[in-house]
Write a protein that binds this ligand. Structure first.
Ligand code: PLP
Length: 605
């Protein structure tokens, strides 16, 4: 392929038959849908009744039985007009079929049956605690921060290490004026020491932290490094879900061999001299693992999203993106120039509402003409929320409205499903039902980079028109070797199965133990990401500091990565831990949580 240095003009590649019909057809469809709305509502109300019951009952066995007894009579009562009748019959049959499938699956794979239920949702913080958090942020911070800012600008008050505008740029428009800037000056600088902690070991079951002390206890802007190491902290913060990020074992051996046989880097792009046999092999194995036609790999997970989404859609298209999608997806969406609409996190009813309205109204940038394509973007496991995407409903919706589906499996591939084949396996959805499967090798595989997998037509198109492989150097051979070996172990060996099973057991045990201790725990039972809310930023700092002092390395996340009042510790589990290790860790977390005052639901669960 000849490179011009300019953006390539994209040919019109029709990967599938035209997906969006004319407005008239859509309106007709919409009217049909309105006719059936009432019957669907009845079904939904049936569902919500049983979902509420579900939260009170033991999940095993009872849920499915309850569903069939509660929903079926409601459906048989539907005897309206012919059209409504036909539709409701179809829905009823579909639902019965789904329930039968679910029951079959539950009996075959009971360990999978711990699913996110939007009607139950995440536990809520008690009113008084949320009130105090909002009060602290909105009233105290505004007043206190405002006074601090006045002192800073009027009297040039300066803290050690804080940036000050140079005299010769005093007349320039300030670079940062946003509210985020205000928060960083007045809050972040007070809690900075609990973020970006440097480590100096393998991120295994335990890790070593570089000892670091902030010079000023209140404003943690500058640090002192005494040259010592805090050894052997229990690691609950790395994405090393299956323990493959290690300096020993078969993966490390393969990576070393790749350096000797090839080189640490290829020094060229895939389109030039950057393709080695290791890239071909990894692509083939990835496609085989996912049971799809073809896969392509990239040197960076972030770029896999941000460079491929713009190659798929343009200003004539519509992207419907989950509200909590990762920054790499958001960057890709913005670069594409497509119209972006969001739906509430993992709320498939809202997704359907958004898509239906968008089809009806058409593209406002093109005077209401139909969208040339609609791309729904979701993640398998959401890394800040710990939720698992409701993929089955998402696939139903995308098929119903003839949209494309892009699934980011960064945190779910390797970690979900009996054989680690991600969210599709978890929901028993065929991989071919998802148009674009994206994933990274950074988490479960202990390597780096990402992949896109799907049909032959889509991959061939992306090979030529995504800037990630046309303009960026290809994946480094030792990294490819590491990813390939991890993939082989996960996909085809008993060792891999055992690791996945251990991870699932650890995740369930850890989440249940913290919930029972009274923490506000977000997400799904099977998710290896377990976010625990601390709410107030001051508590976030104390919680993290005391955990580290007690021997646990944990990651905390705050605004703007989360909602301002939903600051949280984000525990990431790994198969490298045993249940006994986790029992000890939970005891410590519980003690620290009680002392800091973040076991908001203690005595209420
Ligand atoms: C959902 C999601 N997608 C993409 C990425 C980017 O992957 P990488 O870290 O491999 O660049 C991440 C990173 O954490 C992620 O969470």
């Amino acid at each position: 392929m000849i490179k011009t240095g300019k953006t390539h003009k994209r040919p019109v590649v029709i990967v599938r038959p035209r997906q969006v019909n004319t407005i008239i057809e859509e309106e007709q469809e919409f009217i049909d849908q309105e006719l059936t709305k009432s019957s669907e509502k009845i079904i939904e109300s049936g569902k919500s009744v049983l979902n509420k019951q579900k939260s009170a009952l033991d999940f095993n066995n009872k849920v499915i039985n309850l569903r069939s007894t509660t929903v079926k009579p409601t459906l048989s009562a539907e005897n309206g007009s012919n059209k409504t009748d036909r539709k409701s019959k179809q829905i009823s049959e579909q639902l019965t079929q789904n329930l039968e499938n679910a029951e079959k699956l539950r009996l075959e794979k009971p360990h999978l049956f711990t699913k996110y239920d939007p009607s139950v949702g995440s536990p809520q913080i008690p009113f008084w605690n949320s009130f105090l958090t909002y009060f602290g942020v909105l009233i105290v911070l505004q007043i206190y921060g405002g006074i601090q800012d006045i002192l800073r600008t009027r009297f040039g008050q300066k803290r050690e290490g804080e940036h000050q505008q140079q005299a010769d740029t005093k007349t320039f428009t300030p670079l940062y004026t946003s509210y985020e800037g205000f928060v960083i000056r007045n809050i972040y600088s007070r809690v900075k020491a609990c973020f970006d902690k440097p480590i100096c070991s393998v991120p295994g079951a335990r890790l070593d932290l570089v000892t670091r002390k902030s010079k000023n206890e209140t404003y943690q802007i500058k640090y002192e490094y005494p040259g010592t190491v805090d050894k052997g902290k229990f690691n609950l913060g790395s994405y090393n879900y299956l323990g493959f990020a290690s300096n020993t074992g078969s993966c490390a051996d393969k990576a070393v061999t790749a350096v000797v046989d090839s080189a640490p880097v290829i020094c060229s792009t895939e389109q030039e001299l950057g393709r080695n046999t290791c890239h071909n092999d990894l692509e083939k194995l990835t496609a085989e693992f996912l049971n799809v036609d073809e896969a392509m790999i990239f040197g960076m997970g972030f770029a896999t999203n941000s460079m491929n989404i713009p190659a798929l859609v343009n200003h004539k298209s519509l992207i419907i993106s989950d509200q909590r999608n990762h920054a790499s997806i958001i960057t890709g969406c913005r670069l594409s120039g497509a119209t972006i609409q969001t739906f509430r996190h993992n709320d498939m009813d809202h997704l359907e509402e958004v898509i239906r309205k968008a089809i009806l109204k058409g593209n406002p940038k093109r005077y209401g003409r139909p969208w040339d394509k609609i791309l729904i973007i979701v993640e398998g496991v959401y890394s800040m929320e710990g939720t698992i995407c409701d993929l089955r409903r998402c696939v139903e919706i995308k098929n119903k409205y003839k949209a494309f589906l892009f699934l980011d499996e960064a945190h779910s591939i390797g970690a979900l499903g009996e054989t680690g084949r991600g969210c599709c396996e978890y929901w028993n959805v065929d991989h071919s039902e998802v148009d674009i499967l994206m994933g990274t090798f950074t988490k479960s595989f202990g390597a780096a980079g990402g992949y896109i997998a799907g049909s032959h037509a889509i991959i061939q198109y992306l090979r030529n028109f995504n800037h990630g492989s046309v303009y960026a150097a290809s994946m480094s051979p030792p990294v490819a070797a590491q990813a390939m070996q991890a993939l082989q172990v996960i996909g085809w060996t008993e060792e891999g199965r055992q690791k996945i099973k251990q991870l699932a057991e650890n995740s369930k045990f850890f989440r249940r133990a913290l919930t029972e201790a009274g923490f506000v725990v977000y997400g799904d039972t099977c998710s290896p990401v377990v976010p625990v809310l601390t709410c107030e930023i001051g508590k976030l700092r104390r919680f993290q500091t005391q955990l580290v002092e007690s021997g646990l390395a944990a990651v905390v996340v705050g605004f703007p990565a989360t909602h301002m009042c939903e600051n949280r510790a984000r525990f990431c589990l790994t198969s490298a831990h045993s249940i006994e290790d986790l029992e000890k860790a939970v005891k410590i977390i519980r003690l620290v949580g009680d002392e800091v005052g973040v076991t908001y639901l203690a005595g209420k669960v």
